[in-house]
Design a protein around this ligand. Structure first.
Ligand SMILES: Nc1ncnc2c1ncn2[C@@H]1O[C@H](COP(=O)(O)OP(=O)(O)OP(=O)(O)O)[C@@H](O)[C@H]1O
Ligand SMILES: [Mg+2]
Length: 235
């Protein structure tokens, strides 16, 4: 596999995309991308608007099926699985943080955070206790019973991060997670995400336009026109 990246991160590649192609009509959003995510690393994906960053994230996470190439998790192809199996895999192995946290407005911070644990079959008391622990780790003590509408943007994103981490996924996928936040809140939120992921050993794949944020990643890959344009080792 040719990945044009200087890579000095420890950890084995366990989520691997090979030759990924994705077409939308006549538009080729991914034009043969090779990318391996290593255990515990923070990998930033940067590139211009429309270059294929979100598409790549969604293909790696099993949300979107590629038209060509393959995605392997721990050596097993996941891109060929049916929708039900991919959906179960996403719930169990992956966590997601989007630009707007997509919290459920009628549920409290603690209930939102507990959702993945409940979906994984934990009983309610245990799920709520786990959720409170994660909220505390993200500095949200005392805000457990607030509704999303009663939180600041940064607080709401930290709830979204707690929710993404609560079931201890192997990978957190984050697509512009601080895109709606000011610079300072953005830095605090990212630091909280990276610190919390490091505690569980989860890898983070983060799409960002923010250079300061990308500079905190272990590895940065740039996408242009559906190709990996280059890799830069930072930090
Ligand atoms: N569902 C879709 N249907 C048709 N075209 C799509 C679809 N999703 C993405 N595209 C196109 O594929 C290309 C890559 O889109 P993608 O969302 O991956 O870009 P991006 O790098 O995430 O951009 P941004 O930084 O603006 O979020 C774009 O040209 C986009 O218009
Ligand atoms: Mg995008």
């Amino acid at each position: 596999m040719s990945v044009p990246i200087v890579d000095r991160q420890p950890g084995d590649p366990f989520l691997v995309g090979r030759g990924l192609v994705k077409n939308y009509g006549s538009h080729r959003a991914l034009a043969g991308v090779d990318l391996a995510v290593r255990a515990g690393e923070v990998l930033a994906i940067v590139g211009p608007s429309g270059s294929g960053k979100t598409t790549l994230l969604h293909v790696l996470a099993g949300i979107v099926r590629p038209d060509g190439g393959e995605v392997l998790l721990d050596g097993h192809r996941i891109d060929q699985l049916g929708e039900a199996r991919r959906s179960a895999l996403r719930r169990q192995e992956f966590g997601f943080v989007f630009q707007q946290g997509l919290l459920i407005g009628e549920l409290t911070a603690a209930e939102n955070t507990a959702l993945p644990l409940l979906l994984a079959g934990a009983d309610r008391a245990r799920a709520m206790a786990g959720a409170r622990e994660w909220l505390a780790k993200l500095g949200l003590n005392g805000l457990e019973e607030r509704l999303p509408g009663e939180l600041s943007g940064g607080q709401a994103q930290r709830v979204a991060i707690a929710r993404a981490l609560a079931h201890q996924p192997k990978v957190i996928f984050a697509d512009e997670p601080t895109g709606a936040l000011d610079t300072r809140t953005s830095a605090e939120t990212t630091d909280a995400l990276f610190a919390a992921a490091a505690q569980t050993g989860a890898a983070v794949v983060i799409v960002t336009h923010d250079r300061e944020l990308a500079a905190k990643a272990g590895r940065v890959v740039e996408i242009r026109d559906g190709h990996i344009a280059g890799g830069v080792l930072v930090g």
